[in-house]
Design a protein around this ligand. Structure first.
Ligand code: CA
Length: 244
């Protein structure tokens, strides 16, 4: 285990049981966590405590999450912000992206995925930097601005995709994995390779996270997610992305 510097995470969330659960789990991971239960307290603690990451709810008393985000971005363009919202609709995601949100997770969320996203945001790596790292480590990465397969269209500039599920906003992690799959079209990719290239983790990391992403890709891009034709499982190997 490498030594971890204690990073500060500010959780702006008015639902006490969610805020407490987040604090507990982040504390176990070794983070220093403070909670603000409304917008005013959130902005105060952001200014006085100077956190490394903000986890932000949208529906908040006093000042809503988008207004908080707007205020923060006027003074600090770099601090990573993860929106945690009960509302999962595309309009909110687009609004959040426009205001400079770094990542977006809908409640209820998968704890493992949440912790991975927190860790990634704290490393303050943009997906461009990630691409460079992967090139160095020898993994092929798709470099185009957009990609079409079947009835699906992925725009890597805006992170938007038009697909079987309608218009969706892709996360940074989804973009990274899609670029890997596209660059290696028709080739079986092992879970270990996908985890290492996608998350920078050792291949021993739980494969459930990866499998969850594949389930999501199938929901987005497959006409029949139960009978996938693009994101295909290869027992004891991993996954193949393929199309005509
Ligand atoms: Ca709320």
């Amino acid at each position: 285990m490498e030594a971890v510097e204690k990073k500060r995470i500010l959780v702006i969330e008015d639902e006490v049981h969610i805020a407490d659960g987040i604090r507990l789990n982040l504390s176990i991971q070794g983070y220093d966590v403070k909670i603000a239960i409304d917008g005013i307290e959130g902005l105060e603690k952001w200014r006085s405590w100077k956190p490394d990451l903000i986890i932000l709810d949208i529906m908040l008393p006093m000042i809503d999450g988008f207004s908080i985000l707007k205020t923060i971005r006027q003074e600090d363009e770099k601090i990573p912000v993860l929106i945690l919202s009960a509302r999962g609709d595309t309009k909110d995601k687009v609004k959040g992206l426009r205001y400079g949100v770094d990542d977006y997770l809908s409640k209820p969320f998968d704890l493992e995925e949440f912790l991975l996203r927190v860790e990634r945001l704290l490393k303050k790596k943009t997906w461009y930097e990630k691409d460079k790292k992967e090139k160095k480590s020898g993994h092929k990465i798709f470099e185009g601005d957009y990609y079409d397969f079947g009835d699906n269209h992925i725009d890597f500039i805006s992170f938007k995709a038009l697909c079987a599920a309608g218009e969706i906003i892709l996360t940074e992690q989804e973009i990274v994995l899609l670029k890997l799959f596209i660059a290696n079209k028709g080739k079986p990719l092992s879970r270990g390779m996908l985890l290492t290239a996608g998350w920078g983790y050792s291949p021993e990391t739980s494969t459930r996270t990866l499998d969850n992403f594949i389930v999501r890709f199938r929901k987005y891009f497959e006409k029949n997610p139960k009978n996938p034709v693009y994101f295909i499982s290869r027992r004891s190997v991993g996954y193949i992305f393929d199309h005509d």
